[in-house]
Design a binder for this molecule. Structure first.
Ligand code: FES
Length: 107
């Protein structure tokens, strides 16, 4: 089961075992990770599930699709090269561990 570490701006960490077949966002919301708002429930309509992956783009995930790309221009915190919408980050059993950084603000 993938282990996902959520890092807050102040350095606080939450480490979760999130089942493969779900998204980083769903794992965060189920565990009440602060800062993952996910207003639209994963329907690519809000951009409040914004995260920064690892120390750079994480190529274990599919490339950013057009709809995600448009929403990433609407995030509350600045978009970076490693910005992703966590509802689009599906987890697989091939992923042992990953780290996502939670922006300081989502709305
Ligand atoms: Fe709304 Fe990800 S939860 S875009």
């Amino acid at each position: 089961m993938p282990k996902v570490t959520f890092v807050q701006v102040d350095g606080a960490r939450t480490v979760l075992d999130v089942p493969a077949g779900t998204s980083v966002m769903r794992g965060a919301v189920a565990a009440g990770v602060p800062g993952i708002v996910a207003e639209c429930g994963g329907n690519l309509m809000c951009a409040t599930c914004h995260v920064y992956t690892g120390d750079g783009a994480d190529d274990r995930f599919p490339a950013v699709a057009d709809e995600e790309d448009e929403l990433l221009d609407c995030t509350a915190e600045p978009r970076r090269d490693n910005s992703r919408l966590s509802c689009q980050l599906g987890l697989t059993d091939a992923m042992d561990e990953l780290v996502v950084h939670v922006p300081g603000c989502q709305t």
